[in-house]
Design a protein. Structure first.
Length: 310
């Protein structure tokens, strides 16, 4: 799957992943009202509104981007109905030939970790059958239980030719409470990055490993250091746009080949119609606003990478 991700980034010239993290407040009124008329103000109604919202955005941007990243918590908050919307979203993105990065941030050990890996990346054994469940292409995982938590995911990934993005340095303001702690004079995230490179050697593609890392856009100097520490790892970069990251800050997350990183924007794209710069699209044309936000992001990143080459 890492090969497909690289090829789609080359084809689209867009090292971008759209975060499908829909809060109900992001969903335009006309979509919510239609879903509520059909299903009532229920969990089913909320889940349908989110699914219809997602579908509109996907239809408008799928030809521009290589990948999407649905954050499962935004669906889980509506229970089983929300998870059905998550599944519909994953399946529809695959129909559009998009790479799906399941932002699930799982982290446990032993059989529990194996079960998470099977549910999101593998196949469940049911009698004599093996059945795909959510069937994402990549998943985000938390490494802080050590190799016991990561190895079951790697085992499933090797079997299914799928991949991981392992949290190294996250984009949130308080990430440093633990991730920046010094251990023998070095930050904890440095040790995690080295471990990601080690794990990645188990599951290599041609130029890049199937095992990547998450390094936030809000810490560009960390991104520069982690790029050197993990030369074969693809870096998933959250924090662009709404959290303050800009293209010029992110050039060091990429390798000299212009690859090696994929930058996420969530509400900056899916809720673009709420931003002043896209207000001309109006609520009814929310998906067109999302498309323009993607085009602007492609231009910002492309321009920054081009300047970096000069």
């Amino acid at each position: 799957m890492i090969h497909k991700l690289v090829e789609k980034i080359k084809k689209t010239k867009a090292p971008i992943v759209v975060g499908l993290d829909p809060m109900l407040s992001y969903v335009p009124k006309q979509i919510r009202q239609k879903s509520f008329r059909e299903f009532g103000e229920t969990l089913e109604g909320a889940a349908d509104a989110i699914w219809q919202f997602n579908k509109g955005i996907i239809d408008c941007v799928y030809d521009l981007i290589p990948a999407v990243k649905p954050q499962i918590a935004m669906y889980e908050q509506f229970g089983v109905e929300g998870l059905k919307a998550f599944q519909k979203t994953v399946d529809y993105c695959h129909e559009k030939d998009l790479i799906v990065i399941g932002d699930v941030k799982r982290g446990d050990i032993g059989s529990t970790s194996s079960a998470y890996a099977v549910g999101h990346l593998g196949k469940a054994e049911v009698g004599g059958s093996r059945i795909s469940v959510f069937d994402e292409d990549f998943a985000t995982v938390n490494p802080y239980l050590g190799t016991d938590g990561i190895q079951p995911f790697i085992d499933v990934c090797k079997e299914e030719k799928k991949g991981l993005f392992i949290l190294v340095k996250t984009s949130n303001p308080s990430s440093g409470e633990f991730q920046d702690r010094l251990v023998d004079g070095r930050s904890l995230y440095e040790y995690v990055g080295e471990k990601v490179a080690e794990w990645g050697a188990q599951h290599m593609g041609d130029a890049y490993s199937y095992i990547g890392a998450v390094v936030g856009a809000t810490y560009p100097q960390v991104g520069k250091a982690m790029r050197k520490a993990m030369p074969k790892a693809f870096i998933l970069v959250p924090g662009y746009g709404a959290q303050g990251g800009k293209g010029a800050d992110l050039v060091h997350y990429f390798n000299k080949d212009g690859l090696g990183a994929i930058v996420n924007s969530s509400r900056g794209i899916i809720a673009a119609y709420k931003q002043e710069q896209y207000a001309q699209f109006t609520e009814e044309n929310y998906a067109d606003a999302s498309r323009q936000a993607v085009l602007d992001m492609i231009e910002d990143l492309g321009s920054a990478l081009q300047k970096a080459k000069q």
